[in-house]
Design a protein around this ligand. Structure first.
Ligand SMILES: *[C@@H]1O[C@H](CO)[C@@H](O)[C@H](O)[C@H]1NC(C)=O
Ligand SMILES: *[C@@H]1O[C@H](CO)[C@@H](O)[C@H](O)[C@H]1NC(C)=O
Ligand SMILES: *[C@@H]1O[C@H](CO)[C@@H](O)[C@H](O)[C@H]1NC(C)=O
Ligand SMILES: *[C@@H]1O[C@H](CO)[C@@H](O)[C@H](O)[C@H]1NC(C)=O
Ligand SMILES: *[C@@H]1O[C@H](CO)[C@@H](O)[C@H](O)[C@H]1NC(C)=O
Ligand SMILES: *[C@@H]1O[C@H](CO)[C@@H](O)[C@H](O)[C@H]1NC(C)=O
Ligand SMILES: *[C@@H]1O[C@H](CO)[C@@H](O)[C@H](O)[C@H]1NC(C)=O
Ligand SMILES: *[C@@H]1O[C@H](CO)[C@@H](O)[C@H](O)[C@H]1NC(C)=O
Ligand SMILES: *[C@@H]1O[C@H](CO)[C@@H](O)[C@H](O)[C@H]1NC(C)=O
Length: 851
């Protein structure tokens, strides 16, 4: 036994010799074990890392068997180590020879696919190492469903070890099995330091002997960094945008090429790679806006644990202290007042710094959250009211009993429904549908974006040639949770509808048909206020005086009862100031009726042209556009299910009695059972002139299709004419063509609605037109996101009030800073591009059917 081990150890050390020598400075005696569990031979993964079989590390291998996954999910970054697994029937221990007193990364890789020999949904495991419980009752299957990703990585940093062997004991739950696909054990330098307890500035936690679990690791304002591009510690850094709270996204920026990032002597390069420090997210150029919001990230975490929050900073734009000073809040408590990155970095531009804070998260009501928020420091009166963040890491620290395990996240009911009838093995595309289609409720666990991001990366390589096998009908993106709902998820199978109904339950009021008849005077033609693809819309009175809009489905509509029901449950949960709220529904005698808030001022279109109504002022128009943009932005990114409106036009933007714009008619257009032919025809006809040319050409619907239509709306509002007017000379028939032609010729002011012409300021108009033109880019990938459109319209409004630019910007002394900020405002900034291409690439993955 001893001699066998000996031979084997020397083998391992030889094979990792290169690693040892190249990293000798950062970690003496470093060891690195990458085990492809259940594999028979060493192999190299797609990024060039070498993985070895695990059997020699296993002390009691008789308790386990090996298995091979039956299908390879397309989102897997590599077949190694995911395609093979070791299945444990009882407790087993992996032993690794290590050299004390180092810290070690321990990473577990799980791929809960189908294996011929066992059922992953029945697998629950615990992992104990050197007295710490890393995982307990962990179900990779439930976690992957809840996070809607194909595989899961769990990363831990084990406390400095005193012995020369590191043991990982894997125990299946009684009566169940356990499985694991890959294990990494890699020695690492001590990167943790005492962190100040937020709210108790005199207290800190000394993490020296602690074991920590990586919850989130973000390259703020930058891109995904794969483990092979990390600065020596094989970490993965993710994009931060899915975690941003609300619509206030700030702006992303990157250091100029001539700025070098210089690590100070007390900050080794392995703390974070250069790419983290070269990119940042800041609040934006407009002091007035910045003072009114917090740049906030929100994370779902497990209750009853302390978290170490590490913020990475690097000032690469400004060069004097107190130019940018800000306050840092963690969970609504002040973590740091008047943070000044340059002051921390000895007034040196391009010098990274980081700050650690610790915060205890107790039990809240349901979802436990960790908030990180930045706000300009008013008390310091800095030159710019702005804030900056370059990187963010959140680690969970062990509790007093040495435990790090939290409960499994809970997949939403929708997901269960989606996945129950299908076995994962059925087909690649159905599994893909399940991944993309899932909607999740608890964003717990590191590696959340793994599946998604890697998938994107692999897609990026195949330029343009998107796969067209996926049956999903539309492609929603939900920013906060990064889950992806498909049409099929929401309309669902009939078997699941009742389950969904109960979810929507309390929010949606049920009307009887007699109530509806009473409210509309038995559907009197005199109270018809509109006719749409779905049927007629009536004005009604309920509860003895409340005005409502009642939409009655056309009896010939092919919309199924169950789809109708699920749609109601979805819509009744959407509440936003700029969306028309669904009040309730009636489903009786084959009638399908929806009841909405009544919008006293009707549609936007009737206030623009072809009506007797007084024209809206320019500022009113701007405010309406901003409101509608907010509503759409919420649909795209803020709601639990991301929704592509698909029919954005001036008749779907309604105005209440206070002229607040509300987007209406969302969701319904895509609920047909199979996006039936009639239905699609209706949409195409009804919205001609607004239709995204790319969607038309490629039959692929993305949120950028809405952006295009919104660009048409912007010109309609500016020019006060219909989008298609056949009575005009040929070159003017299409508003879009005419507006773009005039924009290119610099004659846009000749086509503005004469009612508002005198009112528009030149600067505001430029910004507005620039935004609209960008929305109309031929390629979805070149169009801004709705968030970006919103930001620019708000900026345009400010320019209208103050043509020299918002005051504080004008007062800025430093010209270079001004130039930098103006540059950031334009759409060409890097971060924006990334985000946009991400979305666009998604559209290639999911190809709508039936159209
Ligand atoms: C796997 O196990 C789960 C839960 O134990 C069960 O619901 C499911 O039907 C099983 N699947 C297969 C293919 O046996
Ligand atoms: C790890 O396991 C081996 C063999 O089972 C044992 O000899 C060793 O003491 C264990 N190490 C620790 C730190 O528990
Ligand atoms: C860490 O553990 C070592 C050995 O058990 C002990 O000597 C040391 O005091 C501990 N340090 C802290 C800060 O608890
Ligand atoms: C870096 O380049 C920018 C523009 O390219 C220029 O404005 C700035 O002065 C340069 N900075 C240095 C330190 O050379
Ligand atoms: C958190 O701690 C409280 C009080 O000790 C306990 O009631 C609760 O169950 C714990 N929650 C979790 C998720 O462990
Ligand atoms: C912080 O405050 C916001 C707004 O008041 C609240 O919604 C949120 O739940 C708070 N966050 C935490 C973690 O307490
Ligand atoms: C920013 O967050 C802090 C801490 O939660 C809060 O006190 C403050 O009101 C917030 N400011 C804004 C403008 O939301
Ligand atoms: C984590 O574990 C270490 C070592 O067992 C212990 O000293 C420390 O108190 C634990 N941390 C917490 C927050 O209880
Ligand atoms: C284990 O996890 C499952 C799924 O999350 C849960 O239903 C069960 O109660 C857990 N069991 C224990 C002992 O915590």
């Amino acid at each position: 036994m001893i001699s066998k081990n000996h031979i084997f150890f020397s083998l391992i050390f030889t094979s990792f010799f290169t690693f040892k020598s190249s990293n000798a400075s950062s970690a003496p005696n470093s060891v690195s074990f990458l085990l492809a569990c259940g594999s028979r031979a060493a192999a190299t993964d797609a990024s060039g890392r070498k993985w070895v079989p695990d059997s020699k590390f296993l002390t009691n291998s008789e308790n386990s068997i090996t298995a091979t996954a039956q299908s390879q999910d397309p989102s897997l970054p590599s077949s190694i180590p995911y395609m093979t697994a070791r299945i444990f029937t009882s407790s087993s221990t992996y032993t690794f020879p290590v050299s004390p007193p180092n810290r070690h990364w321990v990473r577990f890789h799980f791929y809960p696919s189908s294996y011929s020999k066992f059922n992953t949904s029945a697998a629950y495991l615990s992992v104990i190492s050197n007295g710490f419980t890393l995982l307990k009752n962990f179900s990779a299957s439930i976690t992957s469903q809840a996070l809607t990703q194909a595989y899961i990585i769990k990363e831990f940093s084990l406390n400095p070890i005193q012995s020369s062997s590191l043991n990982l004991t894997i125990t299946p739950k009684t009566g169940a099995v356990a499985f694991v696909n890959g294990i990494e054990v890699i020695s690492m330098p001590e990167i943790f330091q005492p962190g100040i307890m937020v709210g108790f500035s005199d207290q800190s936690i000394d993490t020296k002997n602690y074991t920590l679990q990586t919850m989130f690791r973000l390259n703020v304002g930058g891109q995904y960094i794969p483990s092979t591009s990390d600065s020596g510690l094989s970490r993965i850094w993710y994009d931060d945008s899915p975690y941003l709270y609300g619509a206030a996204l700030g702006i992303t920026s990157e250091a100029e090429k001539n700025v070098t990032i210089r690590y100070p002597s007390n900050l080794p390069e392995y703390i974070a790679p250069v790419d983290v420090y070269r990119t940042a997210r800041t609040m934006g150029p407009t002091a007035k806006l910045n003072l009114n919001y917090n740049l906030t990230w929100v994370f779902q975490v497990d209750a009853n644990f302390t978290y170490l929050v590490r913020l990475h900073f690097c000032e690469f734009q400004l060069s004097r202290t107190n130019q940018r000073a800000f306050d840092i809040f963690i969970n609504n408590q002040t973590a740091q007042l008047a943070a000044d990155v340059l002051a921390w970095a000895d007034s040196k531009k391009g010098v990274p710094v980081y700050k650690d804070f610790a915060v205890y998260v107790g039990e809240g009501n349901g979802g436990e959250e960790l908030w990180v928020a930045l706000h300009p420091s008013v008390s310091m009166k800095p030159e710019f009211y702005d804030a900056i963040l370059n990187g963010l890491e959140i680690f969970k620290v062990n509790d007093t009993s040495g435990n790090l395990a939290g409960p499994n996240p809970v997949p939403s009911g929708l997901q269960k429904k989606e996945q129950e009838p299908r076995s994962f093995a059925q087909s690649k595309s159905s599994y893909l549908g399940a991944i993309i289609g899932g909607v999740f409720s608890g964003l717990v666990g590191f590696g959340l974006l793994v599946g998604v991001l890697v998938f994107l990366n692999s897609k990026k390589c195949k330029t343009g040639g998107g796969k067209k096998s996926n049956p999903s009908g539309w492609l929603p993106l939900y920013r906060r949770s990064q889950s992806f709902g498909t049409k099929s998820t929401i309309s669902g199978k009939s078997s699941g509808s009742s389950q969904i109904s109960t979810l929507g339950g309390g929010l949606c009021r049920h009307f009887s048909l007699s109530e509806i008849k009473y409210a509309t005077n038995s559907f009197a033609e005199s109270v018809v206020i509109g006719v749409g693809g779905f049927g007629k819309v009536y004005r009604g009175i309920i509860d003895g005086g409340v005005e409502v809009a009642i939409k009655r489905s056309n009896p010939s509509s092919e919309q199924g009862v169950h789809e109708f029901q699920t749609e109601i449950d979805l819509l009744s949960k959407l509440r936003h100031r700029h969306l028309v709220s669904l009040i309730g529904a009636c489903e009786e005698e084959e009638e399908m009726i929806l009841v909405y808030d009544y919008m006293a001022n009707g549609t936007l279109r009737e206030h623009l042209y072809k009506s007797q109504k007084p024209p809206l002022s320019w500022k009113q128009r701007l405010e309406i556009c901003i409101g509608a943009a907010r509503g759409l932005h919420y649909l795209h990114t803020g709601a639990k299910y991301t929704i592509i409106h698909r029919d954005v036009k001036t008749t779907n933007i309604l105005l209440d009695e206070k002229w607040v714009a509300k987007v209406s008619d969302f969701g319904l257009s895509r609920t047909g059972p199979t996006l039936s032919q009639t239905h699609v025809t209706t949409v195409v006809k009804g919205s001609f002139g607004y239709l995204d040319p790319e969607y038309f050409r490629r039959q692929q619907l993305t949120d950028k299709s809405d952006v295009y239509s919104f660009g048409v709306v912007l010109f309609e509002v500016l020019c006060g004419r219909s989008v298609l007017n056949p009575s005009l000379p040929k070159d003017q028939v299409s508003l879009v063509d005419w507006a773009l032609f005039n924009d290119r010729n610099g004659t846009i002011d000749t086509i503005i609605d004469h009612h508002i012409k005198a009112e528009t300021s030149h600067e505001c108009l430029n910004k507005f037109v620039e935004t609209a033109v960008k929305c109309l880019s031929d390629q979805g990938i070149e169009r801004p996101s709705m968030g970006s459109v919103l930001w620019n319209l708000e900026y345009a409004l400010q320019l209208q009030d103050n043509p020299d630019g918002p005051k504080v910007v004008a007062e800025q002394k430093a010209n270079d800073a001004f130039a930098m900020q103006s540059k950031l405002l334009s759409f060409e900034e890097e971060g924006e591009e990334t985000e946009d291409s991400t979305n666009a690439i998604f559209s290639e993955i999911v190809n709508p059917r039936g159209r």
